[in-house]
Write a protein that binds this ligand. Sequence first.
Ligand SMILES: C[C@H](N)C(=O)N[C@@H](Cc1c[nH]cn1)C(=O)O
Ligand SMILES: [Zn+2]
Ligand SMILES: [Zn+2]
Length: 480
Amino acid sequence: MSSPVDRYFELVDQNQQKFIEALREVVAIPSVSSDASRRGEVVRMGEWLQARWEALGATCKRVDPGKQDLHGVELDLPPVILGQYGNDSSKKTVLVYGHYDVQPALLEDGWDTDPFTLVETADGRLVGRGSTDDKGPVLGWLLCAETHKQAGLEFPVNLKFCFEGMEESGSEGLDEIIVAEADKWFKGTDVVCISDNYWLGTKKPCLTHGLRGVSYFHLEISGPGADLHSGVFGGTVHEPMVDLVHLLATLVDSSGRIKVAGIYDQVMEETEAEEQSYEGLEFSHAALAGDLKRDVIIHADERATLKHRWRIPTLSIHGVEGAFYAPGDKTVIPARVRGKFSLRTVPNMEPARVAELVTAHLNAEFGKLGSKNVMRVIETHGGRWWYSSPKHPNFVAAARATERVYGVTPDLTREGGSIPVTLTFEENLGVNVLLLPMGAADDGAHSINEKLDRRNYICGIKLLGAYLHEIAVTDLTVPA
Ligand SMILES: C[C@H](N)C(=O)N[C@@H](Cc1c[nH]cn1)C(=O)O
Ligand SMILES: [Zn+2]
Ligand SMILES: [Zn+2]
């Protein structure tokens, strides 16, 4: 007779098409958290999840985190959906977190197909915004529970869940909810699992034990009271855009080095054990250059690239609000512009110190310009880095589950991106947190043509289930 896990795997295989249809349904909800006009869709997505979990028998609690000021528009923050599925005191309790909001996506950004219509390509890519980040994994937990119930398979653990709709916009309001619910809704949690990042390559699965933090800034330059004709006023007034371009250029050089004094001072020293952890990882510049569609890699070797993704702070410039960007030639001097940039932070950087250093740098550089314009530096959102040991039994259980599904020992990785609430869970619940990614390195999260491979989706649903079965039989006591 086959084991419950083998039976579960068979059912996942049999239900593949149904699972893809479910992904199609959620991708079609354009839950873009940064777009005020889509806020209703974000809420609809949260309600969709709640309804489906409740239909399965979960107890849910919708928490509305309050209001948000988005470019002067007051908006309701989307709900955080808390849930409890199963409440058997003889079982372990696993808390899973995910987000149901997505990054913006427009066909004219360069997508080959409508971003909110899931398309399956002949080579098995499930293309659509949110497929890998993070709707596929969020759906994975639900489909895992539904599959167990439909087949009459005993669910191995009590599952608690926390799904938010603001992760792509700074997780506003969530930290406070986690703190408030730590001894209430989240009481009894044994371990936390988050599926919201990606493999290092495209073939070998991994478990992730670190994330970078993010400190996001707007740099606003205000000049004349209205946009001006450049033929009449060019060369006679201080132009906000000229000041902004100068200032942005002082932040980082072309080889990625941050030029803000003091920014590297808090970076943790590298240990011998850490140096060794780069050995044998599935990561190559050849594959990375392929994913990038052009070899634009700065660093000479793979190890240096990984260090700049995992353990060294970086600064990226994202865009300019208020600047002319449409096709055609408009001869305008914009009156007010906002440059947007962020720093990815690493152990042991303090966000408050980062903001202090960045502001001091920009004040000094702006002073050198002798401009009569007005400069403002605004830190719009921040999230802390997270770094943990991969030796905890939670990771051991996940490694066993990975071996069962993929037949290989997973790589142990850190993630260059940020999931701000990871540390909040760890600190407030006092339990181990594991990152168990579903998608691959070439999925194009946040980019055009985002996809999740059918293989990763289906094996990922198996992996989430296998992990819960492994946790059920794992002694979670940390060895001394
Ligand atoms: C890794 C995760 N899937 C992700 O994409 N996180 C975002 C979080 C964020 C922070 N500010 C805006 N979004 C990221 O790393 O950019
Ligand atoms: Zn995500
Ligand atoms: Zn994301």
